[in-house]
Write a protein that binds this ligand. Structure first.
Ligand SMILES: [Fe+2]
Ligand SMILES: [Fe+2]
Length: 270
């Protein structure tokens, strides 16, 4: 099948007036999404670099063009999440400090691990972002409680993650294609990623003295892990990565891009 076009959109978000607890008035939910947001600026830079390491080996001109657009989109995402992270830091949550920790860890990974392993990590995490993007776009209940400005940021990011979800994977298939490497990396990330999110989420909640707000914590846990919850809805598709013949476009969800464009397409200038 023909993958959809990858648009690098220039967006503007009014984040300055966003309320402190912008998701349903809930510290738990706000900090849950902030814990994800702080991973993006260093993480997406790592994704770009790990794909670009193999640029010279990509023979397909269409895929080379897609790599350029993928990098353009990820750079825009990093930029806007960094703006958000800075705003949170100014308001007293040390989001940028935690971002720095991730940056440091990824620098070590760049220096000490093989480039094919770095690419395998990227395709695995790109699968995570694509699956969570699919859940966010297809189930409005997860974003309805967001402030409209932050909601636009997350839905835009989700749409672009959907557009480019196969780019890093297709590069991997061209330059390595090892099933066992990607399967082992997936096992490692399935074991580690929820803890990374949970760790930063805990730090953010504890730093804000909101861990004792038990009603909010219980409601938030249901949102994430309850029946039909955010993380639970994502799990079956996440595990599809273990199929030997897996490809991101086996879930052809391009209609979600069209729906977003119909509603918000006029908000982008590119
Ligand atoms: Fe992204
Ligand atoms: Fe991505």
């Amino acid at each position: 099948m023909e993958p959809p076009l990858i648009h690098v959109r220039r967006m503007h978000f009014d984040l300055e007036e966003v309320p402190r607890y912008w998701h349903s008035g809930s510290p738990f939910l706000t900090h849950y999404f902030t814990a994800m947001s702080l991973l993006f600026p260093p993480g997406e830079k790592f994704f770009i670099d790990s794909v670009r390491n193999f640029e010279g080996q990509i023979s397909d001109p269409i895929l080379r063009e897609q790599v350029k657009d993928f990098s353009g989109q990820e750079a825009q995402h990093s930029h806007h999440h960094r703006v958000y992270d800075r705003k949170m830091t100014r308001e007293g949550t040390p989001v940028q400090r935690y971002e720095g920790w991730i940056e440091w860890a990824l620098q070590l990974a760049r220096r000490w691990t093989p480039k094919k392993l770095q690419l395998a990590v990227t395709i695995t995490l790109e699968h995570f972002t694509a699956v969570f993007a699919n859940v966010l776009l297809s189930e409005p209940k997860f974003s309805e409680g967001m402030d409209p400005n932050v909601r636009l940021l997350w839905l835009w990011h989700a749409v672009e993650e959907t557009e480019h979800k196969a780019v890093a994977y297709d590069v991997y298939q061209q330059v390595s294609g090892s099933y066992w490497l990607r399967a082992l990396v997936m096992v490692r990330i399935l074991l580690g990623f929820p803890f990374a999110i949970g760790f930063f989420h805990l730090l953010l909640l504890a730093g804000d003295r909101k861990l004792g707000n038990l009603r909010d914590v219980a409601r938030g846990m249901r949102f994430v892990w309850g029946k039909g919850g955010f993380a639970r809805s994502a799990t079956p598709e996440l595990l599809g990565f273990f199929r030997r013949d897996f490809h991101p476009w086996q879930n052809d969800n391009r209609e979600l891009i069209g729906e977003w464009m119909a509603q918000y397409g006029d908000r982008s200038a590119g």
